[in-house]
Design a binder for this molecule. Structure first.
Ligand SMILES: [Zn+2]
Length: 509
């Protein structure tokens, strides 16, 4: 829409018609955007802000075409990437390499200067490390697989250098923790990246208690160009051990707790009710059973948290989480906490109906389907594909569906998310994939702007351009509601505003 908005103390005080574009005035400044449209700010309802900051700092292997190419890209980044003798890299994906085989430590060991290398897979569910990292972490032939994780091994039982899910923690414990200064630098870089994409608020998932100190300091400094809803780490009740409680603030709100019921599809960690088509010996990994989830939810309710987010990708994990939600809804205070199924990626029909009945929010990541379509076909086989990324059927069942990107696993571009919801055209495909799950344009925009506020209990003051609402907007160079489908993804973000202050303005070229 076109409009002239007046902002006072961070809220919308008047809305006037403007025939030529968008004008925004606060107490001190006026911005004029001829021909541009204003929308409520984009919200990413599931992302990893520090992960994005680390990525902006780390060597990107997203474009590596083979293991050899990935090693060459790391070599080209040396020596500056080896801060403190450790190279952090991320984004490799053996599924798109011609060999489709896991990489190994041996290729990293040949790097000049033999730095320690820690390279995270594109989905964040596997680490590829050099031999000196395996040694530092004491991972050898005799090390057994931890619960919920796997150490990939050669025929003689020695580790190959790839660690999956909980096995990654064996390495993380021996790596030096980043200082608060480095954490602040990474958070700020990620927040500015978000502002460039029109994002005014994020739901930051799986936040370790130790990261909140630099976040609080940034939020109070006036430098943070983004609102953050923190969903803190709760898999082992970390928030309880750290003495955390929910806390509301204008820019930083410590809002909820995050749990994991299973792993991810790419690394075959997602818990399925029947074996993987392309590896019939496994059905995935269960991280928490229903009893575990209910026990943690009881602590969450006692402490008064507003939101409980539970990661579930495989259909069996979704069933486990909904079994737990049936019981949580019966607990004291359990009726009105916001329960969220994070990813809700692969759901049996009976669980779709149950999710609606239990008022569990589905927090989906549209761009995952674009990146993962062919991998999902391999993992699941044709018969189960219709249960995957089923946005239209979730909406039709009456489920509240909010959208996110899961960055840095995917791009932070919300426009790409809207494009994926409306077109579902996977990378390398010509047409829509599982087209029956396509979402209408207005709904797609709603999923990426207003609905995430419903999923954080903030809809009473954000997500609409109405009097009294927070002045969080994005200004775009075209009408996203009316432009051709093919023109969504390359729309230009012209300006981003949080509480009536510009956090990003495109400079004219
Ligand atoms: Zn995530």
């Amino acid at each position: 829409m076109f409009a002239e908005l007046h902002i006072e103390r961070g809220r919308i005080r008047s809305i006037l018609p403007c025939p030529t574009g968008t004008i925004i005035r606060n107490e001190t400044d006026t911005w004029t955007f001829p021909g541009c449209h204003i929308l409520p700010g984009f919200v990413d309802a599931h992302c990893h802000l520090l992960g994005l900051g680390e990525m902006l700092d780390a060597v990107s292997l997203h474009n590596a075409t083979t293991e050899i190419d990935a090693v060459a890209q790391i070599a080209a980044s040396l020596p500056s990437s080896a801060e403190g003798g450790i190279v952090y890299a991320m984004g490799w994906n053996q599924a798109i390499w011609p060999s489709a085989t896991w990489p190994s430590a041996a290729s990293l060991d040949a790097l000049p200067g033999t730095p320690m290398v820690v390279a995270s897979r594109i989905d964040g569910h596997a680490l590829w490390v050099s031999s000196n990292v395996l040694q530092a972490a004491n991972i050898s032939t005799t090390t057994s697989d931890p619960d919920g994780g796997r150490i990939l091994r050669h025929a003689d039982g020695s580790p190959t250098g790839v660690l999956i899910d909980a096995a990654m923690d064996l390495v993380r414990h021996v790596l030096p923790a980043a200082s608060n200064d480095i954490l602040e630098r990474r958070y700020l870089a990620a927040a500015h990246h978000c502002a460039q994409h029109g994002i005014t608020e994020v739901h930051d998932m799986d936040v370790a208690p130790a990261w909140l100190e630099p976040l609080r300091s940034l939020a109070e400094s006036g430098k943070l160009p983004l609102r953050i809803q923190s969903m803190v780490r709760g898999q082992h009740s970390e928030w309880l051990d750290a003495g955390l409680l929910p806390a509301g603030g204008e820019l930083l709100r410590i809002a909820g707790v995050k749990l994991f019921a299973d792993g991810a599809l790419g690394s075959r960690g997602a818990l399925l009710s029947a074996p993987y088509q392309d590896e019939p010996a496994t059905s995935g990994l269960a991280f928490l059973c229903a009893d575990d989830i209910v026990a943690r939810a009881t602590e969450v309710l006692d402490a008064g948290w507003w939101v409980l987010c539970i990661h579930a990708i495989g259909d069996a994990a979704v069933t486990t989480v909904l079994d737990a939600c049936e019981r949580i809804r019966e607990l004291p205070g359990g009726d009105d906490i916001i329960l969220r199924l994070e990813h809700a990626q692969h759901m049996r029909p009976a669980d779709v109906a149950r999710c609606a009945r239990l008022r569990v929010v589905a927090s989906v990541q549209p761009t995952h389907s674009i990146s993962d379509a062919s991998m999902a076909e391999d993992r699941l086989g044709p018969d189960r594909l219709g249960w995957s990324y089923r946005w239209r059927s979730l909406l039709d069942a009456g489920i509240t569906v909010c959208g996110g990107s899961d960055f840095p696993i995917e791009t932070a571009s919300v426009l790409r998310g809207i494009d994926a919801l409306c077109r579902r055209i996977p990378n390398g495909h010509d047409g829509s994939w599982q087209a029956q799950e396509i979402v209408g344009r207005d709904t797609a925009i709603d999923i990426m702007t207003r609905i995430p506020h419903v999923a954080a209990d903030m809809q009473y003051r954000r997500g609409r351009i109405e009097l009294g609402y927070d002045a969080d907007f994005v200004v775009v160079d075209r009408d996203l509601a009316m432009c051709p489908d093919s023109a969504i993804a390359d729309a230009q973000i012209m300006g981003t505003f949080v509480a009536g202050k510009a956090t990003f303005i495109r400079t004219p070229v």
